[in-house]
Ligand binder design. Structure first.
Ligand code: KMH
Ligand code: ZN
Length: 301
């Protein structure tokens, strides 16, 4: 049976605490979400941190230090630390936790872009914390900066620690950028290509979009890549399901969607992990264990 890598992205930097009481923000909540996701079968956890007082996204290594060792002690799961942080942050700030903790995987965003937030964000009018409203309002003016030089810097600095990459591609051009760095010898196969659908500023959520990203990646990388998929907002489960049936690996979690069912918030990350696991098993697919994911992605020992 084919093994499918399930990544759970537990908190991210897109959503804010007022949108859902279930979004993890303290180190305890982030650790618990990761440990529960592992127990439900997630192979990889993608991690951001937040200020425990007000839930604001933060790349402070001291915050990561409050949950990373606890996750490692409690369970086996592949650790993936963001280098994307939030579009409001500078590149050195974004890199701090991945350089400090030298994880098995770090995210690597393949291009500078507008990063419009998910469809539900515009609906919020009442905020629990002062930072949320300007953060969301300014998101229409932010640029998510990932220049060629930034990408090279992340590749060289994290790569020197043996960290491999979740290569986040939000449009077809980003696949070509990944191929460019592969051709220069800065990225080595198998590439873990995370195709991202449904961010305003990136590719859409039509099945033709998924097919085109897959066809292009097949052509550029042949057998030397592992394809994973995430859909933003309410598209998360339909896109994960379609892509799993097409041979893909999947990412779920409250970073990417707060929804559990139409109009209903997910009450936890593990709810989404369990739902995609049910889908995968119905498709006669098996969730990859962390060790199987390590072997598939050729991660460091
Ligand atoms: N929230 C994802 C669509 C990163 O952390 O490097 C983008 C992301 C970026 O995961
Ligand atoms: Zn992320």
């Amino acid at each position: 049976m084919r093994k499918v890598i399930v990544t759970c992205a537990v908190t991210g930097a897109v959503h804010t605490p007022s949108m859902s009481p279930h979004l993890p923000k303290t180190p305890d909540e982030i650790a618990a979400a990761a440990i529960e996701a592992a127990a439900a079968g997630a192979s990889v956890v993608h991690l951001h941190a937040r200020d425990p007082e007000d839930g604001r996204p933060s790349q402070d290594p001291a915050l990561f230090r409050r949950f990373l060792p606890r996750i490692a002690e409690a369970c086996d799961i592949v650790i993936n630390i963001t280098t994307g942080g939030a579009p409001t942050m500078g590149i050195e700030e974004r890199l701090q936790p991945a350089l400090t903790f030298q994880p098995e995987i770090a995210s690597l965003n393949m291009g500078t872009m507008n990063f419009g937030l998910y469809e539900m964000l515009g609906r919020f009018r009442e905020f629990r914390y002062d930072w949320e409203e300007p953060y969301l309002r300014n998101s229409d003016a932010n640029i998510f900066r990932n220049t060629f030089r930034d990408i090279e810097h992340i590749l060289k600095s994290c790569g020197a620690n043996g960290t491999r990459f979740e290569i986040e591609c939000y449009d077809v051009a980003h696949l070509y950028t990944a191929a460019h760095f592969r051709d220069r010898g800065l990225l080595e196969g198998p590439l873990f290509i995370q195709t991202v659908f449904g961010i305003r500023g990136g590719i859409g959520v039509h099945y033709e979009d998924i097919a085109m990203m897959k066809r292009t990646a097949d052509r550029l990388f042949g057998d030397d890549y592992v394809w994973s998929v995430l859909g933003g907002g309410r598209h998360q489960m339909p896109i994960a399901t379609m892509s799993a049936a097409m041979g893909g690996n999947v990412r779920v979690g409250l970073e990417d969607s707060l929804w559990g069912a139409p109009g209903q918030l997910a009450t936890s990350n593990v709810e989404q992990v369990r739902r995609i696991r049910t889908v995968l098993e119905a498709l006669s697919l098996e969730v990859a264990t962390p060790d199987e994911a390590r072997a598939m992605l050729k991660l460091k020992d």
